[in-house]
Design a protein around this ligand. Structure first.
Ligand SMILES: Cc1ncc(COP(=O)(O)O)c(C=O)c1O
Length: 435
């Protein structure tokens, strides 16, 4: 039994098997055993609108319902009447499909309008949209960097950026999370031996597992000093901070000084999809003609583009200000409620509230009990975060109510109590078996 409470799925991957698919069979057994023990909170399925209350099921059909702190819907726009209307209009007028790569004829009036609008919104010359956010981050890094170039990347940067870097060049230098000194040391070392290579410095404005933010201004200065290009992923903060929702870069007063911004629509703009903005004349052609997840994939659908355009109207308006104030107030309340209940909540005030739970055993049990009691959460385990720093990555919406937050804190407290109780019963039983 204890095997389900420890380790990670990859401990069960059989790299030695000649059959490439069956290498995953023991992984599947491990996940299914976890599901049976009630401690597999992944691959959950919703069966209603995404809102502060959610109904859904586990992958075996076991249903749950309750307070939703597990969806990325920061400004509560997914069911906003104006956005739903925009989606309906686009589906009626354009149909549902882009039916081609943006390199060929997959763009629509709406996606082109969205590109122009986003470029203008962020104060850049050009913007390209992608059907998923992951593709924008991966594609931008992979297209900018060649084998002889270097990438200097925050150790905790998102997988799309890390994978883009690893696929582009063997010269990837990870710097300690948020460390400006770490960036400078690496830039100095690279330039000491190579004055001609390209260097891409990569970071994020709001890290989604830790809810923290780098000071980007010194990175701008370092990139100029060492002839490097700065790429920043603003997936989690765009729409939520700054004047008109222009994000943390606007808040830090350096919006137009970063060379390339990538982002996603899926946290705040009620749609899948992502974008790259740039002031370069040529980069657009690289992204459209020489970037796998843009060139060889079908473009954003008209419905996606219409939804993001309508979301942007709201984000930029006084209603956007009011929604931003609400989501940040809710997040603050959740943070302080959990901290008062003795939880370790990390990072800055943002719609992401990471709660450290410690080891996998307790974290898995707490998640099971919380969902049973109606506190719907996402658990993040090793290897997505370091071992013994398992966490709930709670995500707050503008539409959460004060009483829902109070209720959730109580559920979290009770789930911790039950998990500690159950873990001690299990360990006593194991001791008995062992003796
Ligand atoms: C920082 C960051 N970049 C990119 C992505 C990818 O965006 P999407 O999920 O919209 O494809 C995510 C989301 O998971 C993210 O957190």
């Amino acid at each position: 039994m204890s095997g389900f409470f420890e380790g990670t799925a990859l401990d069960y991957y059989d790299a030695g098997s000649v059959d490439l698919q069956s290498r995953w069979d023991a992984v599947a057994d491990w996940w299914n055993a976890r599901l049976e023990a009630g401690i597999d909170p992944y691959q959950k399925i919703t069966s209603d609108r995404i809102s502060p209350l959610v109904k859904g099921s586990y992958r075996d059909g076991t249903v749950f319902s309750g307070l939703n702190f597990a969806s990325q819907e920061y400004l509560s726009l997914a069911s906003h009447p104006e956005i739903v209307e925009a989606a309906i209009y686009a589906a009626r007028h354009y149909g549902c499909h882009s039916a081609g790569s943006a390199t060929l004829m997959g763009n629509t009036d709406l996606s082109v309008q969205l590109e122009r609008r986003l470029a203008e919104y962020l104060g850049y010359k050009d913007c390209l949209v992608f059907p998923i956010g992951w593709a924008a981050g991966y594609g931008a890094v992979k297209t900018l960097v060649r084998k002889h170039d270097h990438v200097v990347i925050d150790a905790l940067a998102h997988a799309c950026l890390q994978e883009g870097a690893a696929d582009a060049t063997p010269n990837v230098h990870r710097f300690p999370h948020l460390s400006t000194d770490g960036v400078e040391r690496r830039l100095r070392a690279i330039r000491a031996t190579d004055t001609r290579c390209g260097i891409l410095v990569v970071t994020e404005t709001l890290f989604s597992m830790d809810s923290d933010t780098p000071d980007v201004r010194p990175l701008v200065r370092l990139c100029r000093e060492y002839d490097a290009t700065l790429l920043v992923d603003a997936a989690h903060d765009l729409g939520v901070y700054g004047a008109g929702g222009r994000g943390i870069l606007e808040e830090q007063g350096i919006l137009n000084e970063v060379d390339v911004i990538v982002g996603s629509f899926s946290k705040t703009f009620a749609s899948t999809g992502g974008f790259v903005v740039t002031n370069s004349r040529g980069f657009r052609f690289g992204l459209r003609g020489g970037c796998g997840p843009s060139t060889f994939t079908n473009a954003m659908t008209p419905v996606q583009s219409a939804v993001v355009l309508a979301a942007l109207d709201i984000v930029e308006s006084p209603e956007g200000d009011e929604r931003r104030a609400r989501v940040l107030r809710n997040a603050d309340m959740l943070r302080s409620g959990l901290a008062e209940a003795g939880f370790k909540v990390i990072g800055r005030a943002s719609p992401i509230v990471p709660v450290l739970l410690g080891d996998a055993h307790i974290a898995r049990l707490m998640t099971k009990f919380s969902i049973e009691m109606g506190g719907i959460v996402n658990l993040v385990e090793h290897p997505a975060v370091s071992a013994n720093r398992c966490r709930w990555r709670l995500q707050v919406m503008a539409d959460h109510r004060e009483r829902q937050i109070v209720e959730f804190v109580e559920i979290a407290r009770r789930s911790r109590e039950r998990a500690l109780e159950e873990a001690s019963i299990l360990s006593t039983a194991n001791d008995r078996v062992a003796s």
